[in-house]
Design a protein around this ligand. Structure first.
Ligand SMILES: Nc1ncnc2c1ncn2[C@@H]1O[C@H](COP(=O)(O)OP(=O)(O)OP(=O)(O)O)[C@@H](O)[C@H]1O
Length: 242
């Protein structure tokens, strides 16, 4: 469903954020984009979402250019960015922010809203609160819930699990897995947290200084060839047991 072909991104003459990136993602796959700070992860995420233009190359979603795809299929692409705190209107209660998702449809009942909150381990009391009255982890779960309620075909999560404690990370990844199975939702998880990425993703795209240095199947992490990938993986999984 997603094809990244010879993609380059330059913000100015002297800095190349992405160099010749090539990979494909199948419908329903969960792919992690991994790399250290400044390696180009968010740049790639924005290009996939059609929020920014490639300098060279092509990004196709369902064979349509990513920049036009999301305009024609509004609602099918969803994302949660690292600045999730700004993703909610500060003047809306959490109830209003969730109802906003259904502006084209009938408003959801209180008990439906409560069951949505239950899925992300939040109490109904949250509904009447404003974003500034929630913790970072609570806000992040609301941002993910809102993204999922749009029923996306493609979900891009940019460092969207990092304010969650481990039990909520597991809860959210299980919720995402269910959605993936039910709707064949494709998920791109941008993260520097290799542990969560190896747990959750089918495939890992490793970026270093704007270059794709390795594509790894999560079931075969031991096949990592690049020394940088091995060092990264060694920090979370002892690979040298055999
Ligand atoms: N709008 C922009 N204008 C100019 N340079 C940019 C812009 N956005 C990103 N860059 C530069 O492009 C490079 C890649 O940035 P990017 O945000 O994609 O990295 P990242 O891997 O997501 O980093 P982090 O993990 O810190 O969020 C960096 O050198 C960054 O300074």
């Amino acid at each position: 469903m997603l094809k990244i072909e010879n993609v380059y991104k330059m913000y100015n003459k002297n800095s190349i954020a992405l160099k010749n990136i090539n990979f494909n993602v199948k419908r329903g796959d969960t792919v992690g984009i991994i790399g250290e700070s400044g390696s180009g992860k968010s740049s790639l995420g924005k290009l996939i979402l059609g929020l920014d233009r490639v300098t060279k190359g092509k990004i196709l979603i369902e064979n349509k250019d990513s920049s036009s795809w999301h305009k024609n299929n509004l609602g099918e692409v969803s994302f949660v960015f690292q600045n999730y705190k700004e993703s909610l209107n500060p003047f809306f209660t959490i109830e209003e922010s969730i109802q906003e998702i259904f502006w084209k449809e009938k408003k959801r009942t209180k008990s439906e809203l409560e069951s949505f909150l239950k899925m992300i381990n939040l109490e109904k009391i949250i509904l009447s609160r404003f974003p500034h009255e929630l913790s970072g982890g609570e806000l992040q779960r609301i941002a993910i819930l809102r993204a999922l309620l749009t029923d996306p075909t493609l979900l891009v999560l940019d460092e969207a699990l990092n304010a969650l404690d481990i039990s909520n990370q597991i809860l959210i990844t299980n919720l995402l897995k269910k959605k993936k199975e039910k709707k064949a939702m494709t998920t791109i998880l941008i993260s520097h947290d290799l542990e969560i990425a190896t747990m959750f993703c089918d495939k890992l795209i490793i970026l270093k200084e704007g270059e794709l240095i390795e594509i790894l199947n999560s079931d075969f992490l031991k096949d990592a060839k690049h020394s940088y990938t091995k060092t990264l993986l060694d920090a979370v999984i002892p690979l040298n047991l055999d």
